[in-house]
Design a protein. Structure first.
Length: 458
């Protein structure tokens, strides 16, 4: 059946008050808000099928028009120790850790890898770049000039850690905006995120960060909490705003002008929302739900100014679903045309009817089933968060051009075995440099930069 007048978006982040740790890395996750009791999601975004199920469940169980950002990979991360402290102080709001949930593709044990004979990337552990001023770094964005923006944490008091938004060039901090958290940034060095306004309930206010400067985005009427989720190169931000009753809405904010994005206008339940350079919204939506509650997806593009909706239909005969995972500055849309749990065609849409095919997985030769994609402005693709087969769950793949796929970790030099596997990728730039975090089987994480050794000068 078609789902009408439903909305799913992104919720507010909960972070920045941190319990003292004797060392970093820490066990990381994010908090899923729920009226029945918030809970700790240990390893980030759910797989693609589970996300849609969570959106439908949220609507039917709570009547809510939003799904939490933690489920969609957009929520800010906190340590397990921090969550334990929150649950102890406010058991009425936060469920105990023994009720925490983890997704099916949790990190597996990392086997020893031989040193690559011809390495393609050099691994850099990023925490030492911010020491001794800070204890650790949570990376946010890497641009095409090699400028790195992230959140550097320091100890503000005996039992509290907070972050500054730092800009790093050539391994050195060149700017810092005090007391904030950046979720991402654009090619002009403008970052967006939040500042904490209520440390007890972890309410926040959306903000811009640029160099040493921090600029709060004005609150909407009746707003209690907000977060800027994305920013395009034109300086427009996608903002999640939560009112006093906990109801959320999505807005595009640019130079003092607000434009509402009401996903219910699409006539479908919207699972994800990505802001494009032209001020459009793209992502994935729940296209239909059958009698067995099996969900079919479509990628979409929506213009909030005109209400025009474009759906992305399957690009290959036999495919049943499509999903949009990312957008670049060229207005290209990266995603899947696929059969759930089986064949997955990965490629780039330049319009709803034009799909450039890059790689096919879920076949006998390449049995991979993946969940996340990232790409650069010049169309280099990263495939990660592998669900199966079991012997691939520690892998992440690089697709430099159609038909070519390599296992990234087989070509990395300088990565300590104890850092686990390359787990989550924040950015890949036009030079093929990659920014992200690792994960160990114990859910410890290390921030990393992979520098492409094949490009000129390396």
């Amino acid at each position: 059946m078609r789902l009408t007048k439903l909305i799913a978006g992104l919720g507010t982040a909960l972070i920045l008050a941190m319990q003292p740790l004797t060392a970093y890395p820490a066990q990381w996750g994010c908090v899923v808000r729920d009226p029945a009791g918030s809970w700790f999601n240990r390893d980030g975004p759910l797989d693609r099928q589970a996300l849609g199920a969570a959106a439908v469940d949220t609507f039917h169980r709570r009547g809510s028009r939003v799904i939490d950002p933690c489920l969609n990979g957009a929520g800010a991360r906190i340590s397990e120790a921090t969550y334990a402290r929150m649950a102890k102080k406010r058991p009425d709001l936060f469920r105990p850790l023994d009720e925490m949930k983890t997704s099916a593709n949790a990190p597996g044990a990392q086997s020893a890898r031989p040193k690559p004979a011809d390495p393609a990337w050099r691994y850099t552990y990023l925490d030492p770049l911010v020491e001794p001023d800070y204890l650790f770094l949570d990376p946010a964005h890497l641009d095409n000039k090699g400028l790195l923006i992230g959140n550097a944490y320091y100890q503000a008091s005996e039992d509290e850690f907070v972050a500054d938004v730092v800009t790093i060039r050539n391994g050195k901090i060149i700017a810092r905006a005090r007391n904030g958290y950046a979720s991402t940034a654009n090619e002009k060095g403008l970052a967006v995120g939040l500042v904490i306004t209520d440390p007890v309930f972890f309410y926040s206010q959306a903000a811009f960060f640029e160099g040493n400067q921090k600029r709060l985005i004005p609150r909407r009427p009746g707003e209690r909490s907000s977060q800027a989720l994305q920013v395009n190169d034109d300086g427009a931000a996608l903002v999640y705003s939560e009112d006093q009753s906990g109801n959320g809405s999505l807005w595009i904010y640019r130079q003092g002008i607000w434009t509402a994005f009401d996903p219910s206008e699409t006539g479908y339940l919207v699972q994800s929302s990505i802001l494009t350079g032209r001020g459009l919204i793209a992502g994935s939506l729940v296209y239909s739900v059958d009698a067995n509650n099996f969900i079919t997806y479509r990628g979409y593009q929506f213009d909030p100014r005109t209400g025009k909706l474009a759906l992305f239909n399957p690009a290959f005969p036999g495919d049943t679903d499509t999903q949009i995972m990312a957008v670049n500055s060229e207005e290209e849309l990266l995603g899947y045309s696929y059969i759930p749990g089986r064949t997955e065609h990965i490629g780039i849409w330049t319009s709803p009817g034009r799909f450039k095919h890059y790689f096919t997985e879920g076949t006998a030769q390449y049995p991979t089933i993946s969940n996340r994609l990232a790409f650069s402005d010049n169309d280099q693709i990263v495939i990660y968060r592998i669900s199966r087969p079991a012997d691939e769950v520690n892998n992440a793949y690089y697709v430099p051009k159609p038909g070519v796929r390599i296992n990234i970790q087989d070509y990395v030099t300088g990565m300590p075995p104890e850092h686990g596997r390359l787990y989550f990728f924040k950015s890949i730039n036009n030079d093929g440099d990659m920014l992200g975090v690792t994960a160990t089987p114990d859910f410890f994480s290390y921030p990393f930069l992979l520098t492409n050794l094949k490009r000129s000068g390396h």
